[in-house]
Ligand binder design. Structure first.
Ligand code: PMP
Length: 451
């Protein structure tokens, strides 16, 4: 049964006071803050989080979706320990066999991958993708969809959560900076498109076709608003026709819609693919994969006189570096993660439980006469407090955010962890009991907020 509504969070409050002195806002990423103070966790296992006061939570944050097998899964722990014991190193700093093994697996799973390079985060993977696309096409600009996130760097921190006044018409959105401190010149290099609106997307892409190197997209916005099949097909057709490279940012959707990501589910072959999160089994990772012809721009043999160790040749390869790229411990964790996903029924059970949780939550809200529908794809979904359709960023304004926030605050008290307003990610270790507990907690939370 869902817990009581009078939890003590004094340890978290005290930790926050301490944190605020030495860490701006007390958090290591802005998104981790919520009022009155975030909850400090101290222990975890499987689908459960324990906070500093010893309160228990069923975890649906799962480190923003990374932990597809929950916290501290034994097979991942074992793989990490085995790697360190058998290899006798934490990192070689040279090529090694695990890099090949993982790349071979990714290339066999992802239709858009003939070759792979590793990075240390999803951010770095999309950043590298943009450089590759610009180098390959020789065009200066990039296009992205309003509301889509690709990592926190200057080129793409535009129109993620824009004010509609500033962003203009839904069918012709203008770039709005997501942060202070962004150089203005990037504004002239980014074209913003309306997601799931093929007609407007086509019109804008055609208008700028000659200068756009790439369209980078989340196939499922925020991990929970899927592109329609017709939209996805249209985007692929258009980008091909216009010579614009299609980058699928599968940092969230990779291994979560299917083993081969959204591209497998939609039957679309992108030119470049960015991966992260699940791929590292809870350790920092990213990967860029793509068609061989395009990935060849990264080949150091293209332009460098390698044996001479120099850059005497004026036609250089595309620069890509990283002390920790292809980290053996991370790859061991990642391979253990994929191994377990490939075991019979593991993925299927997770998908079925996700469906069951969504259905049961919808039933509870219906019973309580509160408009709510779940929106999602694969093992990720979100709760939308509305009757209307949710197809893109602009549609989100219909959602009753205030009610959602109040429900989420109650859920924390009851032992369901979602960072307020965040999506729900499922894992392969969330149980039937977790589902029942979560559904009960929602019902209790709703009774409380409805008075
Ligand atoms: N792209 C997408 C679609 C993401 O969801 C994220 C992370 N939320 C990133 C890129 C950036 O990944 P990371 O946090 O590993 O840098």
């Amino acid at each position: 049964k869902a817990g009581s509504t009078s939890r003590t969070m004094q340890e978290s409050a005290d930790a926050y006071t301490r944190a605020e002195k030495v860490i701006p806002g007390g958090v290591t990423a802005n998104i981790k803050y919520f009022a009155p103070h975030p909850i400090f966790m101290k222990k975890a296992g499987g689908s459960t989080l324990y906070d500093a006061d010893g309160n228990r939570y069923v975890d649906y944050l799962l480190s923003y979706g990374a932990l597809i097998h929950g916290h501290g899964h034994p097979s991942i722990k074992e793989a990490v320990i085995r790697q360190m014991e058998e290899d006798g190193t934490t990192i070689y700093g040279t090529p090694h066999e695990r890099e090949i093994e993982m790349a071979e697996r990714l290339c066999s799973l992802y239709p858009g991958m003939d070759q792979v390079r590793y990075t240390n985060s999803g951010l770095e993977a999309t950043l590298l993708a943009l450089r590759v696309a610009k180098a390959y096409t020789g065009r200066p600009k990039i296009a992205k969809f309003e509301g889509h996130y690709h990592g926190g760097y200057d080129q793409v921190l535009w129109s993620i959560n824009p004010d509609e006044q500033e962003a203009g018409e839904a069918a012709d959105p203008q770039p709005v900076p997501e942060s202070i401190g962004l150089p203005e010149y990037y504004q002239d290099h980014i074209i913003i498109l309306p997601f799931n609106d093929l007609e407007s997307t086509e019109r804008i892409l055609r208008r700028h076709a000659d200068e756009i190197s790439t369209l980078m997209m989340e196939p499922v916005q925020g991990g929970y608003i899927p592109a329609t099949q017709a939209f996805m097909d249209g985007v692929r057709r258009l980008t091909k026709e216009l010579g614009i490279l299609l980058i699928m940012d599968e940092v969230k959707t990779g291994f979560r819609l299917s083993l081969g990501g959204a591209q497998q589910t939609y039957g679309i072959t992108p030119d470049l693919t960015a991966l992260g999160k699940v791929l590292g089994g809870g350790f920092p990772v990213g990967a860029l994969g793509g068609a061989e012809e395009i990935m060849e721009v990264l080949n150091p043999k293209q332009g460098w006189d390698v044996m001479a160790g120099g850059s005497s040749n004026p036609t250089r390869a595309l620069f890509h570096s990283g002390t920790y790229n292809g980290h053996p411990t991370v790859l061991a964790a990642g391979m253990a993660t994929i191994d377990r996903l490939q075991q019979e029924a593991v993925m299927e059970n997770m998908m079925n439980r996700t469906k069951k949780l969504r259905r049961q939550l919808e039933d509870v809200y219906k019973k309580m006469h509160i408009p709510m529908k779940t929106v999602g794809a694969g093992s990720i979904f979100n709760l939308m407090f509305t009757d209307g359709d949710i197809r893109n960023y602009r549609d989100l304004k219909q959602v009753d955010m205030d009610l959602r926030r109040r429900v989420d605050e109650e859920l924390l008290q009851l032992g369901v962890y979602t960072k307020p307003m965040n999506r729900y990610s499922m894992s392969t270790v969330h149980s039937e009991e977790d589902i029942q507990f979560t559904v009960d907690a929602h019902e209790q939370a709703l009774r409380k907020v409805k008075g």
